[in-house]
Design a protein around this ligand. Structure first.
Ligand code: PLP
Length: 384
Protein backbone atom coordinates (compact mmCIF):
# COMPACT_ATOMS: atom_id res chain seq x y z
CA UNK A 1 0.00 0.00 0.00
CA UNK A 2 1.30 3.46 -0.84
CA UNK A 3 0.59 6.63 1.05
CA UNK A 4 -1.82 7.64 -1.70
CA UNK A 5 -3.87 4.41 -1.44
CA UNK A 6 -7.51 4.94 -0.58
CA UNK A 7 -7.98 4.90 3.17
CA UNK A 8 -4.33 5.59 3.90
CA UNK A 9 -3.86 9.13 5.11
CA UNK A 10 -1.28 11.39 3.53
CA UNK A 11 0.77 13.13 6.25
CA UNK A 12 -1.30 16.30 5.88
CA UNK A 13 -4.56 14.37 5.91
CA UNK A 14 -3.65 12.16 8.83
CA UNK A 15 -5.52 14.26 11.38
CA UNK A 16 -8.74 14.04 9.34
CA UNK A 17 -8.29 10.30 8.92
CA UNK A 18 -7.75 9.84 12.65
CA UNK A 19 -10.94 11.79 13.23
CA UNK A 20 -12.81 9.64 10.78
CA UNK A 21 -12.06 6.51 12.84
CA UNK A 22 -13.32 8.15 16.01
CA UNK A 23 -16.32 9.45 14.05
CA UNK A 24 -17.31 5.86 13.29
CA UNK A 25 -17.50 5.06 17.00
CA UNK A 26 -20.55 5.81 19.12
CA UNK A 27 -20.31 9.09 21.08
CA UNK A 28 -18.36 8.61 24.29
CA UNK A 29 -21.41 8.59 26.54
CA UNK A 30 -19.93 9.96 29.75
CA UNK A 31 -19.24 13.33 28.10
CA UNK A 32 -23.00 13.92 28.06
CA UNK A 33 -23.14 13.74 31.84
CA UNK A 34 -20.74 16.62 32.54
CA UNK A 35 -23.35 19.33 33.17
CA UNK A 36 -25.27 17.05 35.55
CA UNK A 37 -22.03 16.29 37.39
CA UNK A 38 -21.51 20.03 37.91
CA UNK A 39 -25.09 20.37 39.14
CA UNK A 40 -24.64 17.49 41.60
CA UNK A 41 -21.26 18.81 42.77
CA UNK A 42 -22.96 22.05 43.82
CA UNK A 43 -24.84 20.24 46.61
CA UNK A 44 -23.80 21.69 50.00
CA UNK A 45 -22.93 18.24 51.32
CA UNK A 46 -20.99 17.38 48.16
CA UNK A 47 -21.33 14.96 45.28
CA UNK A 48 -22.34 11.33 45.68
CA UNK A 49 -21.04 9.75 42.50
CA UNK A 50 -22.97 6.57 41.70
CA UNK A 51 -22.38 6.86 37.95
CA UNK A 52 -19.29 5.08 36.64
CA UNK A 53 -19.06 2.18 39.09
CA UNK A 54 -15.36 2.26 39.78
CA UNK A 55 -14.23 0.35 42.89
CA UNK A 56 -13.39 2.61 45.87
CA UNK A 57 -12.41 0.16 48.60
CA UNK A 58 -8.74 -0.76 49.11
CA UNK A 59 -6.97 -3.17 46.82
CA UNK A 60 -6.66 -6.33 48.95
CA UNK A 61 -3.35 -6.61 50.79
CA UNK A 62 -2.74 -10.05 49.29
CA UNK A 63 -2.56 -8.43 45.83
CA UNK A 64 -0.61 -5.37 46.99
CA UNK A 65 2.03 -7.54 48.68
CA UNK A 66 2.35 -9.78 45.63
CA UNK A 67 2.80 -6.74 43.38
CA UNK A 68 5.48 -5.30 45.66
CA UNK A 69 7.28 -8.64 45.84
CA UNK A 70 7.42 -8.80 42.05
CA UNK A 71 8.52 -5.19 41.55
CA UNK A 72 11.95 -6.20 40.22
CA UNK A 73 10.90 -7.05 36.67
CA UNK A 74 13.55 -6.12 34.08
CA UNK A 75 12.52 -8.51 31.30
CA UNK A 76 9.55 -8.49 28.91
CA UNK A 77 6.56 -10.53 30.00
CA UNK A 78 5.19 -13.06 27.50
CA UNK A 79 1.80 -12.43 25.88
CA UNK A 80 0.74 -15.97 26.82
CA UNK A 81 1.37 -15.07 30.47
CA UNK A 82 3.02 -16.89 33.36
CA UNK A 83 2.01 -20.57 33.68
CA UNK A 84 1.34 -20.01 37.42
CA UNK A 85 -1.11 -17.18 36.68
CA UNK A 86 -2.90 -19.19 34.03
CA UNK A 87 -3.08 -22.19 36.37
CA UNK A 88 -4.55 -19.92 39.08
CA UNK A 89 -7.22 -18.89 36.56
CA UNK A 90 -7.97 -22.55 35.71
CA UNK A 91 -8.21 -23.42 39.43
CA UNK A 92 -10.39 -20.40 40.17
CA UNK A 93 -12.75 -21.29 37.30
CA UNK A 94 -13.05 -24.82 38.68
CA UNK A 95 -13.50 -23.75 42.32
CA UNK A 96 -15.84 -20.79 41.78
CA UNK A 97 -17.65 -21.49 38.52
CA UNK A 98 -17.60 -25.32 38.41
CA UNK A 99 -15.73 -25.27 35.07
CA UNK A 100 -13.90 -28.53 34.48
CA UNK A 101 -11.65 -29.84 31.74
CA UNK A 102 -9.72 -26.61 31.02
CA UNK A 103 -5.94 -26.68 30.66
CA UNK A 104 -3.69 -23.64 30.88
CA UNK A 105 -3.47 -23.55 27.07
CA UNK A 106 -7.12 -22.47 27.20
CA UNK A 107 -6.37 -19.31 29.23
CA UNK A 108 -4.92 -15.98 28.07
CA UNK A 109 -4.33 -13.02 30.42
CA UNK A 110 -5.43 -9.64 29.03
CA UNK A 111 -4.83 -6.02 30.02
CA UNK A 112 -8.27 -5.50 31.57
CA UNK A 113 -11.29 -7.00 29.87
CA UNK A 114 -12.37 -3.77 28.12
CA UNK A 115 -9.26 -3.90 25.94
CA UNK A 116 -10.06 -7.50 24.94
CA UNK A 117 -13.74 -6.77 24.28
CA UNK A 118 -12.95 -3.77 22.08
CA UNK A 119 -10.27 -5.56 20.05
CA UNK A 120 -11.57 -9.14 19.84
CA UNK A 121 -13.65 -8.82 16.64
CA UNK A 122 -10.75 -7.19 14.75
CA UNK A 123 -8.21 -9.65 16.12
CA UNK A 124 -10.33 -12.58 14.95
CA UNK A 125 -10.64 -11.17 11.43
CA UNK A 126 -14.29 -10.19 11.81
CA UNK A 127 -14.98 -7.20 9.57
CA UNK A 128 -17.11 -5.72 6.79
CA UNK A 129 -20.02 -7.98 5.88
CA UNK A 130 -20.00 -9.66 9.30
CA UNK A 131 -22.54 -9.10 12.05
CA UNK A 132 -21.74 -8.88 15.75
CA UNK A 133 -24.70 -9.43 18.08
CA UNK A 134 -24.89 -8.16 21.66
CA UNK A 135 -27.70 -7.58 24.19
CA UNK A 136 -30.25 -4.80 23.68
CA UNK A 137 -29.16 -3.29 26.98
CA UNK A 138 -25.41 -3.63 27.02
CA UNK A 139 -22.00 -2.44 28.04
CA UNK A 140 -21.16 -0.09 25.12
CA UNK A 141 -17.79 -1.68 24.27
CA UNK A 142 -19.38 -4.63 22.43
CA UNK A 143 -20.66 -2.15 19.83
CA UNK A 144 -17.36 -0.25 19.80
CA UNK A 145 -15.42 -3.44 19.01
CA UNK A 146 -17.79 -4.34 16.18
CA UNK A 147 -17.72 -0.88 14.63
CA UNK A 148 -13.95 -0.54 14.96
CA UNK A 149 -13.55 -3.79 13.03
CA UNK A 150 -15.91 -2.54 10.30
CA UNK A 151 -18.54 -5.16 11.17
CA UNK A 152 -22.26 -4.51 11.53
CA UNK A 153 -23.35 -4.14 15.14
CA UNK A 154 -26.72 -5.66 16.01
CA UNK A 155 -28.39 -5.27 19.42
CA UNK A 156 -30.76 -8.18 19.94
CA UNK A 157 -31.91 -10.30 22.86
CA UNK A 158 -33.47 -12.86 20.58
CA UNK A 159 -31.21 -14.99 18.45
CA UNK A 160 -34.30 -16.57 16.89
CA UNK A 161 -35.30 -13.12 15.57
CA UNK A 162 -32.13 -13.11 13.43
CA UNK A 163 -33.78 -15.70 11.16
CA UNK A 164 -31.38 -17.30 8.69
CA UNK A 165 -28.72 -14.65 9.35
CA UNK A 166 -25.48 -16.13 10.64
CA UNK A 167 -23.56 -13.64 12.79
CA UNK A 168 -19.80 -13.94 13.17
CA UNK A 169 -19.92 -13.36 16.92
CA UNK A 170 -22.52 -13.28 19.67
CA UNK A 171 -21.85 -11.59 23.02
CA UNK A 172 -23.71 -12.56 26.16
CA UNK A 173 -23.31 -10.80 29.50
CA UNK A 174 -24.70 -12.47 32.61
CA UNK A 175 -24.79 -10.97 35.23
CA UNK A 176 -25.60 -7.96 33.09
CA UNK A 177 -24.29 -4.47 33.10
CA UNK A 178 -26.49 -2.37 33.33
CA UNK A 179 -29.54 -4.36 34.47
CA UNK A 180 -27.97 -6.76 36.96
CA UNK A 181 -30.02 -9.53 35.36
CA UNK A 182 -28.79 -13.12 35.65
CA UNK A 183 -29.64 -15.48 32.80
CA UNK A 184 -30.80 -18.96 33.84
CA UNK A 185 -28.86 -22.07 32.80
CA UNK A 186 -31.61 -23.02 30.37
CA UNK A 187 -31.35 -19.69 28.53
CA UNK A 188 -27.54 -19.95 28.26
CA UNK A 189 -27.82 -23.53 27.03
CA UNK A 190 -30.21 -22.46 24.26
CA UNK A 191 -27.76 -19.77 23.19
CA UNK A 192 -24.92 -22.30 23.10
CA UNK A 193 -27.03 -24.72 21.05
CA UNK A 194 -28.10 -21.99 18.61
CA UNK A 195 -24.51 -20.84 18.09
CA UNK A 196 -23.21 -24.41 17.78
CA UNK A 197 -25.75 -25.36 15.14
CA UNK A 198 -24.53 -22.42 13.03
CA UNK A 199 -20.83 -22.49 13.86
CA UNK A 200 -21.05 -19.04 15.53
CA UNK A 201 -18.54 -17.96 18.19
CA UNK A 202 -20.25 -17.21 21.53
CA UNK A 203 -18.32 -14.98 23.92
CA UNK A 204 -19.64 -14.60 27.45
CA UNK A 205 -18.60 -11.57 29.50
CA UNK A 206 -18.74 -12.89 33.07
CA UNK A 207 -16.96 -10.13 34.94
CA UNK A 208 -19.70 -9.93 37.63
CA UNK A 209 -19.95 -13.66 38.28
CA UNK A 210 -18.91 -13.19 41.94
CA UNK A 211 -21.13 -10.12 42.46
CA UNK A 212 -24.44 -11.95 42.90
CA UNK A 213 -27.00 -10.93 45.56
CA UNK A 214 -29.98 -13.13 44.70
CA UNK A 215 -29.81 -16.52 42.94
CA UNK A 216 -26.75 -17.89 41.17
CA UNK A 217 -24.90 -16.99 38.00
CA UNK A 218 -23.54 -19.72 35.76
CA UNK A 219 -20.57 -19.62 33.40
CA UNK A 220 -21.09 -20.51 29.77
CA UNK A 221 -18.22 -22.98 30.26
CA UNK A 222 -20.11 -24.87 33.00
CA UNK A 223 -20.90 -28.46 31.96
CA UNK A 224 -24.64 -27.90 32.51
CA UNK A 225 -24.52 -25.16 29.88
CA UNK A 226 -22.05 -26.51 27.32
CA UNK A 227 -22.05 -30.25 28.07
CA UNK A 228 -18.37 -30.06 28.98
CA UNK A 229 -17.39 -29.12 25.40
CA UNK A 230 -15.82 -25.65 25.09
CA UNK A 231 -15.68 -25.61 21.28
CA UNK A 232 -16.76 -22.22 19.94
CA UNK A 233 -17.07 -20.71 23.42
CA UNK A 234 -15.07 -18.10 25.32
CA UNK A 235 -15.63 -16.66 28.80
CA UNK A 236 -14.16 -13.27 29.73
CA UNK A 237 -13.27 -12.64 33.38
CA UNK A 238 -11.94 -9.59 35.16
CA UNK A 239 -10.42 -8.96 38.57
CA UNK A 240 -11.42 -5.28 38.51
CA UNK A 241 -14.68 -5.71 40.43
CA UNK A 242 -14.07 -8.99 42.23
CA UNK A 243 -10.78 -7.88 43.77
CA UNK A 244 -10.84 -4.04 43.60
CA UNK A 245 -8.08 -4.37 41.03
CA UNK A 246 -9.37 -2.03 38.30
CA UNK A 247 -6.17 0.02 38.57
CA UNK A 248 -3.96 -3.01 37.88
CA UNK A 249 -5.77 -3.95 34.61
CA UNK A 250 -5.96 -7.70 35.25
CA UNK A 251 -8.35 -9.94 33.34
CA UNK A 252 -8.31 -13.12 31.29
CA UNK A 253 -10.18 -14.94 28.58
CA UNK A 254 -10.68 -18.71 28.66
CA UNK A 255 -12.34 -21.37 26.56
CA UNK A 256 -11.88 -22.94 23.13
CA UNK A 257 -8.09 -23.54 22.89
CA UNK A 258 -8.07 -23.00 19.12
CA UNK A 259 -9.63 -19.52 19.46
CA UNK A 260 -7.33 -18.71 22.39
CA UNK A 261 -4.38 -19.83 20.23
CA UNK A 262 -5.46 -17.53 17.39
CA UNK A 263 -5.88 -14.57 19.76
CA UNK A 264 -2.43 -15.29 21.17
CA UNK A 265 -0.88 -15.48 17.70
CA UNK A 266 -2.30 -12.04 16.84
CA UNK A 267 -1.77 -10.38 20.21
CA UNK A 268 1.88 -11.36 20.50
CA UNK A 269 2.56 -9.37 17.33
CA UNK A 270 0.97 -6.34 18.96
CA UNK A 271 2.85 -6.41 22.25
CA UNK A 272 -0.34 -6.92 24.25
CA UNK A 273 1.30 -8.28 27.39
CA UNK A 274 0.02 -8.06 30.94
CA UNK A 275 2.97 -6.65 32.95
CA UNK A 276 4.80 -9.32 34.98
CA UNK A 277 4.21 -7.82 38.45
CA UNK A 278 0.48 -7.50 37.67
CA UNK A 279 0.39 -11.15 36.66
CA UNK A 280 1.87 -12.10 40.03
CA UNK A 281 -0.74 -9.93 41.79
CA UNK A 282 -3.47 -11.51 39.65
CA UNK A 283 -2.34 -14.99 40.67
CA UNK A 284 -2.38 -14.04 44.36
CA UNK A 285 -5.84 -12.48 44.07
CA UNK A 286 -7.24 -15.50 42.19
CA UNK A 287 -5.88 -17.84 44.85
CA UNK A 288 -7.56 -15.94 47.68
CA UNK A 289 -11.31 -16.00 48.33
CA UNK A 290 -11.33 -14.27 51.75
CA UNK A 291 -11.06 -10.73 50.34
CA UNK A 292 -13.87 -11.49 47.88
CA UNK A 293 -16.20 -12.51 50.72
CA UNK A 294 -15.28 -9.35 52.63
CA UNK A 295 -16.00 -7.12 49.65
CA UNK A 296 -19.23 -9.00 48.93
CA UNK A 297 -20.47 -8.19 52.43
CA UNK A 298 -19.65 -4.49 51.96
CA UNK A 299 -21.47 -4.26 48.66
CA UNK A 300 -24.46 -6.27 49.88
CA UNK A 301 -25.02 -3.76 52.72
CA UNK A 302 -24.69 -0.73 50.42
CA UNK A 303 -27.00 -2.30 47.85
CA UNK A 304 -29.67 -3.04 50.46
CA UNK A 305 -29.59 0.49 51.90
CA UNK A 306 -29.72 2.18 48.50
CA UNK A 307 -32.43 -0.11 47.22
CA UNK A 308 -34.67 0.61 50.23
CA UNK A 309 -34.03 4.35 49.90
CA UNK A 310 -34.82 4.35 46.16
CA UNK A 311 -38.04 2.41 46.68
CA UNK A 312 -38.95 4.76 49.57
CA UNK A 313 -38.42 7.73 47.23
CA UNK A 314 -40.88 6.26 44.70
CA UNK A 315 -38.53 4.36 42.40
CA UNK A 316 -39.06 0.84 41.09
CA UNK A 317 -35.97 -1.35 40.96
CA UNK A 318 -36.00 -3.93 38.13
CA UNK A 319 -33.74 -7.00 37.85
CA UNK A 320 -30.59 -6.03 39.81
CA UNK A 321 -30.08 -9.50 41.27
CA UNK A 322 -26.37 -9.18 40.56
CA UNK A 323 -23.54 -6.90 39.35
CA UNK A 324 -22.80 -3.61 41.10
CA UNK A 325 -25.86 -1.64 40.01
CA UNK A 326 -29.51 -0.98 40.77
CA UNK A 327 -31.56 -0.61 37.58
CA UNK A 328 -34.11 1.92 38.77
CA UNK A 329 -37.00 3.82 37.21
CA UNK A 330 -39.67 6.41 37.95
CA UNK A 331 -41.33 5.60 34.59
CA UNK A 332 -40.15 8.88 33.09
CA UNK A 333 -37.31 9.84 30.75
CA UNK A 334 -33.99 8.73 32.20
CA UNK A 335 -32.66 12.26 31.75
CA UNK A 336 -35.43 13.67 33.97
CA UNK A 337 -34.44 11.17 36.64
CA UNK A 338 -30.75 12.03 36.20
CA UNK A 339 -31.64 15.72 36.69
CA UNK A 340 -33.85 15.03 39.72
CA UNK A 341 -31.06 13.07 41.39
CA UNK A 342 -28.40 15.63 40.37
CA UNK A 343 -30.44 18.30 42.21
CA UNK A 344 -29.98 16.13 45.30
CA UNK A 345 -26.24 15.87 44.66
CA UNK A 346 -26.43 12.28 43.41
CA UNK A 347 -24.96 11.39 40.00
CA UNK A 348 -26.17 8.28 38.18
CA UNK A 349 -25.93 6.93 34.64
CA UNK A 350 -28.90 7.41 32.29
CA UNK A 351 -30.25 4.10 31.01
CA UNK A 352 -30.07 5.16 27.36
CA UNK A 353 -26.27 4.98 27.55
CA UNK A 354 -26.81 1.22 27.29
CA UNK A 355 -29.39 1.16 24.49
CA UNK A 356 -32.74 2.79 23.65
CA UNK A 357 -34.55 0.17 25.77
CA UNK A 358 -33.00 1.85 28.81
CA UNK A 359 -34.55 5.27 28.21
CA UNK A 360 -36.81 5.06 31.27
CA UNK A 361 -34.22 3.72 33.70
CA UNK A 362 -31.12 4.94 35.46
CA UNK A 363 -28.20 2.81 36.57
CA UNK A 364 -27.26 3.42 40.19
CA UNK A 365 -23.84 2.01 41.08
CA UNK A 366 -23.24 1.04 44.69
CA UNK A 367 -19.48 1.40 44.43
CA UNK A 368 -19.29 4.47 46.71
CA UNK A 369 -17.93 4.48 50.26
CA UNK A 370 -20.26 3.71 53.21
CA UNK A 371 -20.19 7.42 54.09
CA UNK A 372 -21.25 8.54 50.58
CA UNK A 373 -23.91 5.82 50.35
CA UNK A 374 -25.31 7.01 53.71
CA UNK A 375 -25.40 10.58 52.33
CA UNK A 376 -27.36 9.42 49.27
CA UNK A 377 -29.74 7.43 51.48
CA UNK A 378 -30.46 10.43 53.70
CA UNK A 379 -31.10 12.70 50.69
CA UNK A 380 -33.43 10.13 49.11
CA UNK A 381 -35.23 9.61 52.43
CA UNK A 382 -35.83 13.36 52.71
CA UNK A 383 -37.37 13.26 49.22
CA UNK A 384 -39.57 10.21 49.88
C1 PLP B 1 -19.89 -5.81 31.47
C2 PLP B 1 -18.51 -5.29 31.61
N1 PLP B 1 -17.53 -5.88 30.93
C3 PLP B 1 -16.25 -5.46 31.02
C4 PLP B 1 -15.92 -4.39 31.82
C5 PLP B 1 -14.48 -3.93 31.82
O1 PLP B 1 -13.82 -4.22 32.97
P1 PLP B 1 -12.22 -4.19 33.03
O2 PLP B 1 -11.71 -3.57 31.77
O3 PLP B 1 -11.91 -3.36 34.22
O4 PLP B 1 -11.79 -5.61 33.17
C6 PLP B 1 -16.90 -3.74 32.55
C7 PLP B 1 -16.54 -2.59 33.40
O5 PLP B 1 -17.35 -1.92 33.97
C8 PLP B 1 -18.23 -4.21 32.45
O6 PLP B 1 -19.22 -3.62 33.13
Amino acid sequence: MTLSSPGVPSPSGSREAARSVSARLPDFPWDKLTSYAERARAHPDGLVDLSVGTPVDPTPLVAQEALKGAADSPGYPLTIGRPETRQAAVDWLARTCGVIGLGIEAVLPVIGSKELIASLPGHLGIGPGDTVVYPELAYPTYEVGAVLAGATPRASDSLVSLGPERPALVWVNSPSNPTGRVLPVEHLRKMVDWCRERGVLLVSDECYVECVWEGTATSVLHPEVCGGDHTGLLAVHSLSKRSNLAGYRCAFVAGDPSVIGELLAVRKNLGLQVPGPQQVAMQAALEDDAHVAEQHTRYAARREQLKLALVGAGFRVDHSEAALYLWATRDESCWETVAWLADRGVLVAPGDFYGPAGRHHVRVAFTATDERVAAAVSRLSAAG
